[in-house]
Design a protein around this ligand. Structure first.
Ligand code: F6R
Length: 609
């Protein structure tokens, strides 16, 4: 959600800024712009729409400058337009600024500044910040920015330049991520690491309440109170730039679907010790289950779906109460959470604003927080008491696939580690579960290869449909939720997920001739119940797709399309069933001709609530 880049060094800034923005495209945006320090003025080009438009606009201008900032905007205050795009300036174009986040008190500030004679060109909250900085500016940009942030409420990451001080970029972070890439006689600024991985693997991760003075040959970082931070830790990133490239795949999403066996293996190996699950590196005690009387799982979107699946398994096997809730609801009610609560927050990006707020709420009430996240050094990782890193590698497509798989797998690890601690579960059963878990990556690899063509054929049939239903029971219901979300977010076809047994309480009315219904039947234990529901929709004309394990017995006349899964422990079959659902969403969107990696209106990292 919005991307910030910055460059200061000996090379021409514009191409480096544009390349950095390209790498951040996945975050989602509707307009983009750059500002470069030229001899006499700061030159700004900004454009509504995709980066290609901005690129052709910049080609009409000549940029010589070696210092600049850039931005991809995801509209919050004011519609997407050239005027509302960043960078923004004050009235005299002295101060130039890009911003991620939301300034909650911008109306009050705007009124105050308007009364003092400031005139605004855009509808954005960001422009107000540029004007405010100019009122404090007295030849020292850092001091002016510092005074400004004291007046701001909300979340923000800012990159600021002044026409008077061409040798620096000032960057500030409060509740919105910002990193500084360190090079030789050049430094980079970005809201996420992939922007500049090809230039450096050495980064400062700014913390909340820090302000950086970035020059080409040094970076000083201060606290908001003005104290210089000495010996700030540098982070070495082990991803290489290639991992964040498409490597011959048509889309990042398809690449990431096919990366799942490898990334899942990485997570499992990281948490196995001599063939036994060992989660102590996360900070969990060996007998962690004894320390809590309930579990709360809180997350958003796809991450929430992984938690919904986990609830069924953890309660069934560990007999501990588990609540699962979307973070935007949890944070604005008064949940019963205390020192006996293990709060599990799940987040690929580690920066989702609502999840972070829910984490803070639970911590304040005494809960212990375990994060399942893909992002080392993210806010969620840093603020949690314990962390299991998902090890999925960079996930660029907005629609999450490999991170979801590793979220579910991380819950499987917790499940089996919990089973070891329960006296009523034998060592033999725990060992069988562990060995089933280890089989998963290879089974996923084979299934992705084997089911691809069949799914492409089914997808050809879906592209003209207006509504598609997904049904399942137990963990399969949570897969239905994820399958429906995946399909609608990238193909824009309306999709709904229902607990299969709930259909006849209303939704069955929507089933008519030709409406596709995807029935998830990966759980052998309740297959017959699911199949009765499939027959109900078939009797009303639905076009049915059944996903179930091979050798399952059923009346074939009720099934129009069948995808068979290899046989595995019913509790782990979900990670097999999700593969055809991801591929189905992908190929349907491909047929619909949609922008698969960057679906409209969506952002990869949702840093505003
Ligand atoms: C959907 C998707 C989103 C995210 C959600 C939470 O494919 O990716 O629903 O799962 O925005 O994001 P994280 O996991 O970064 O907290």
């Amino acid at each position: 959600m919005c991307g910030i880049v910055g460059y200061i060094g000996d090379k021409k800034a514009a191409p480096i800024l544009l390349a950095g923005l390209k790498k951040l495209e996945y975050r989602g945006y509707d307009s983009a712009g750059i500002a470069v320090q030229e001899k006499k003025a700061v030159k700004i080009v900004k454009k509504e729409g995709k980066l290609d438009k901005l690129k052709s606009r910049t080609e009409e201008e000549v940029f010589y400058g070696r210092t600049g900032i850039g931005h991809t905007r995801w509209a919050t205050h004011g519609r997407p337009s050239d005027i509302n795009s960043h960078p923004h300036t004050d009235s005299f174009s002295e101060i130039v600024i890009v911003h991620n986040g939301i300034i909650e008190n911008f109306r009050e500030l705007k009124e105050e500044l308007s009364a003092a004679g400031h005139q605004f060109k855009s509808e954005t909250d960001t422009e107000v910040v540029a004007h405010l900085i100019s009122t404090y500016y007295d030849d020292d940009l850092r001091t002016a920015v510092n005074k400004t942030v004291e007046r701001l409420e909300g979340s923000f990451a800012l990159a600021v330049m002044s026409r008077q001080e061409k040798d620096k970029i000032i960057a500030v972070r409060k509740d919105s991520p910002l990193i500084i890439g360190l090079g030789e006689n050049e430094n980079f600024l970005a809201s996420d690491i992939p922007a500049y991985l090809e230039h450096t693997d050495n980064f400062y991760i700014l913390e909340d309440g820090e302000i950086a003075d970035i020059r080409k040959d040094k970076v000083n970082i201060y606290k908001f109170n003005g104290d210089l931070i000495v010996n700030k830790n540098k982070t070495k990133i082990s991803w290489d730039a290639e991992m964040a490239e498409k490597q011959g795949y048509q889309h990042f999403m398809l690449k990431e679907i096919h990366e799942q066996p490898e990334s899942l293996k990485r997570l499992l190996e990281d948490n196995l010790n001599g063939g036994q699950i060992d989660l102590t590196a996360s900070g969990l005690a060996e007998d962690w289950l004894d320390n809590y009387d309930k579990i709360h799982i809180v997350a958003c979107g796809t991450a929430y779906h992984s938690g919904a699946l986990a609830k069924y398994l953890l309660e069934d096997k560990l007999r501990i109460p588990v609540e699962v809730e979307v973070a935007s609801e949890y944070r604005y009610r008064n949940p019963i959470v205390d020192a006996g609560t293990l709060m599990i927050v799940v987040s690929q990006s580690g920066e989702t604003a609502d999840t972070l707020a829910a984490l803070r709420l639970a911590k304040k009430k005494g809960a212990s927080v375990l994060a399942l996240t893909n992002s080392r050094d993210s806010s969620i990782a840093r603020e949690s008491d314990m962390v299991i890193y998902l090890k999925a590698g960079p996930e660029i497509a907005v629609a999450s696939t490999k991170a979801y798989t590793n979220m579910v797998a991380a819950f499987y690890l917790l499940l089996v580690d919990g089973m070891r601690q329960r006296d009523n579960i034998s060592d033999q059963i725990t060992a069988e579960y562990t060995s089933d878990l280890i089989k998963l990556p290879e089974m996923i690899r084979k299934l992705s290869e084997q089911s691809k063509e069949q799914i492409q054929a089914i997808a050809n049939n879906y592209e003209d449909k207006e509504n598609i239903f997904f049904i399942g029971r137990n963990t399969d219901y949570t897969l239905a939720l994820e399958g429906a979300l995946k399909l609608k977010e990238i193909s824009y076809i309306h999709a709904e997920a229902y607990p299969a047994g709930e259909l006849k309480h209303g939704t069955l009315a929507l089933i008519e001739e030709g409406v596709p219904v995807v029935a998830l039947g990966s759980r052998a234990d309740i297959f017959s119940k699911l199949f009765s529901n499939l027959k109900e929709v078939k009797a009303r004309g639905a076009e049915t797709l059944l996903i179930t394990e091979e050798n399952q017995k059923f009346e074939t006349e009720s099934v129009d399309h069948l995808i068979e899964l290899p046989i595995l422990n019913k509790d782990f079959a979900g990670l097999l069933a999700i593969i055809p659902l991801q591929l189905l969403a992908y190929y349907t969107a491909l047929n619909c001709g949609e922008d698969i990696d960057q679906p409209r209106n969506l952002a990869k990292s949702v840093t505003v609530e």
